[in-house]
Design a protein around this ligand. Structure first.
Ligand code: NAD
Ligand code: UDP
Length: 427
């Protein structure tokens, strides 16, 4: 049974600290509720209210956490459920220090399981899992999935692979090795210990789809030698390996085809559309649209994805399942939505289209609904409010962030441009 983390004395003192914080956040709410300068329309006030609530909740949580750490003088962990030994699973999460992986770690730790994160820290960040370091249910292995590994585990969520185009194109050979050799290693491990493995595949297996929405039965339209091929074909062969191991060796497999996902812990320099547009808008920089902006994407909030992954892993259905939110936007409309949600004065700037950029993407989630009882619960606007608040925090902590363009690039650390930290002033 989990018990309250704080004594009455600690709570009283935290409350005293919260009063000045709430004055500050009240000022912040006032600013965020100011009317939009340009365009109007699209429920701007409603979105701003959501952002304000997220900022307020985040700041209060941060102040309470740091206060309690100082009070206790030791590490405090988020609450975890106490499971009987027979129910606590040993779960390996490859890529667990990344965006999706670290959100999954939080969910499974809270549920009371023992978690091992394996990550080579290419795009992962230690700060994403730092709040669990030292916890008796948590281990971090800095290791590369392309190298074999012997462990005793019950389940593997196999996420390790860079997901943003500039990062997976930086070292295409390594991206291919990660999806092929890495998946082979994880399947070998799964087979040896009789575990179950879930692969995070992608909507990119459908390439530039000629049908919409995309069902799992669609075989896709992928250029096998284009710049995206290292990722797309890598994931396609990873899926092939999963079903070869299932058929030939009886390994229990699950395959999630994930559509564009966003939320807190996205890497601010990953160059993806959600992170780029938000940090551009928050800093008053140009919003960079590649090509005409008529291409579409459908965006899901990370909490929904995590629920879908857990449902798929623990259900009976072993064929590929789309996990995404069918709420589809043109990139032009998405830019306008982010601009309004942040009350930004940023201008839209069109740049040349990137090669093989899929023109449309929208999941058919019938299988997810019927086979694993899952569908997204968080609207794009609610998810954006939390994500904008997260990026505001990153800007406060790090100063200016220079968005990553469309060229292949190594992940850059987010750090202050000046030796003295620059405090971000909202536009
Ligand atoms: P991410 O880049 O934040 O996380 C990937 C993690 O894998 C990072 O921590 C990275 O350091 C680690 N990694 C990369 N190569 C590795 C290697 N060789 N050995 C060990 N660790 C390695 O990306 P994400 O958005 O969290 O994506 C997680 C998974 O979900 C990926 O498999 C990705 O293909 C899939 N996916 C994500 C999205 C999305 O929109 N986020 C969409 C489709 C599929
Ligand atoms: N995109 C854009 N500007 C950016 C980043 C991305 O116009 O600064 C476009 C990109 O060309 C693509 C869409 O947004 O059409 C989604 O890109 P992202 O890199 O997020 O993921 P993808 O779905 O292409 O893997």
């Amino acid at each position: 049974m989990s018990k309250s983390m704080y004594s009455p004395e600690e709570l009283k003192r935290a409350l005293l600290l919260a009063i000045p914080m709430s004055i500050m956040t009240g000022m912040c709410v006032q600013f965020l509720n100011a009317p939009a300068t340009g365009g109007g329309g699209m429920n701007t006030a409603e979105i701003s209210k959501l952002v304000a609530a997220e900022v307020q909740a985040g700041m209060l949580q941060m102040s309470t956490q740091s206060y309690n750490t100082a009070l206790g003088g030791g590490q405090k962990y988020p609450p975890v459920k106490t499971l009987p030994d027979g129910e606590r699973l040993r779960i390996l999460i490859t890529g667990g220090a990344g965006f999706v992986g670290s959100n999954l770690v939080d969910r499974l730790m809270a549920a009371g399981h023992s978690i091992i994160v394996l990550d080579n820290m290419f795009t992962g960040r230690k700060k994403n899992i730092a709040h669990w370091l030292g916890h008796p249910h948590f281990e971090l292995l800095v290791h590369d999935v392309t190298q074999p590994l012997l462990l005793e585990i019950d389940q593997i969520y196999h996420l390790a692979c860079p997901a943003s185009p500039p990062h997976y194109q930086f070292n295409p050979i390594k991206t291919i090795k990660t999806s092929t050799e890495g998946t082979m290693n994880m399947l070998g491990l799964t087979k040896r210990v009789g575990a179950r493995i879930l692969l995070t595949s992608t909507s990119e297996v459908y390439g530039d789809p000629e049908v919409t929405p995309q069902k799992e039965t669609y075989w896709g339209n992928v250029n096998p030698i284009g710049p995206r091929a290292c990722y797309d074909e890598g994931k396609r062969v990873a899926e092939t390996m999963m079903y070869a191991y299932e058929k030939q060796a009886g390994v229990e497999v699950r395959v999630a085809r994930i559509f564009n996902t966003f939320g807190p812990r996205m890497h601010p320099n990953d160059g993806r559309v959600v992170s780029n547009f938000i940090i551009q808008c928050l800093q008053g920089k140009d919003i960079t649209i590649y090509g005409p902006g008529t291409q579409t994407r459908s965006f899901q909030y990370v909490d929904d994805l995590v629920s879908g992954l857990v449902a798929l892993m623990n259900g009976d259905y072993s064929q590929p399942v789309n996990l995404g939110n069918p709420d589809e936007y043109t990139i032009n409309d998405f830019a306008t939505l982010i601009k309004e949600s942040t009350n930004s004065k940023s201008e839209i700037h069109h740049l040349p289209a990137t090669k093989d950029d899929p023109r449309q993407r929208k999941p058919d989630i019938t299988l997810a609904k019927t086979q694993i009882g899952w569908q997204p619960k968080v609207t794009v606007k609610e998810g954006l409010a939390k994500t904008i608040a997260y990026f505001q925090g990153e800007l406060h902590a790090n100063g200016e962030i220079i968005p990553t363009g469309s060229d292949a690039v190594r992940p850059r650390a987010v750090k202050s441009q000046n030796s003295s930290p620059k405090v971000f002033t909202p536009p």
